[in-house]
Write a protein that binds this ligand. Sequence first.
Ligand SMILES: [Mg+2]
Length: 338
Amino acid sequence: MTTLATNFNNTATLPVEAGIIESLTDRILGGIFGLLLGDACGVPVEFSPRPERDRDPVVNMRGWGCHSQPPGYWSDDGALTLAHIAAFLDSEGWDPESHIREFSEWYEKGKHSAGGFAFDIGESTSRAILRHLSGSPWYACGCRGVFDNGNGSLMRMLPVALWLWQAPPETRALILSEASALTHGHRRSELACIWYGEFCVAMLAGADMHDAQNLARQNTAPFHLEKEWQHLGGLTRGRYFQKSRDEIKSTGYVLDCLEAALWCLEQHDDFTDTILEAVNLGGDTDTTAAVCGGLAGMRCGYSGLPEAWLTVLPMQAYLHDLARDFAIQTVGKNLILT
Ligand SMILES: [Mg+2]
């Protein structure tokens, strides 16, 4: 277990042109709210089979359904994403203990949840948090077995990647790995989070899908020889670009989820169409749409998100304060204006 990351502070600098700040802020807010919208859109039909979605496709934000939650209510995906954001804003640099503490407060008290209580808790995440609540330090909490490769860390990785957008790729990879390992410590999950994180950073910079694919591949080159990286092979070579819908699985397995999310992003330009595609794949609808929604939201920016969906999200003041503070911290403090 490395300790280098615990001393990291977001102090790298990047010269940018004036006016870019507005674009970056719009994309960061788009990513956060896009993820929440994707999660909320998938919640009512989570784990419904694809034939059911084909018979009764989701065509707008719904409520109730399998979790009996009102429209716009996000689940674990959104809550743990917000937990990361809160922990970043409350700590200096990367402090893993503060992040898993936020997870525990969500689990016990419903902090960062839409309705005041935690629901839709994944098995590995639950076990990791219970270890933390029993007194284990952050580095001893995560599950590390090969069967612990669900999408429970991938779904919350967007703010970790964005916070580190100016860090060297090797530092970003280290911290993304540690962030995954808070609950999902098998190397395959960590590598999936690194890949997704590099994709997030590329799209924050305004890259399209193909450029993001190439940039992510370049920035993850040191990992290509790792044994577990072989499992990501087809995905990182962009084979999902050519796959048909029938070939895309939308299960809770981390690599199925990542591939499904990227495939949906490739099918559509419009945010709403992209999210509905993800939800109507069936299976792990909320997490596929959350992982996809973060990237789709960055692609269109907050200004491109559907207003009718945004207005049904609960806790508007809390969400906007947290997201705005995170965007300001992430974008602003280290930029050198030219
Ligand atoms: Mg969920």
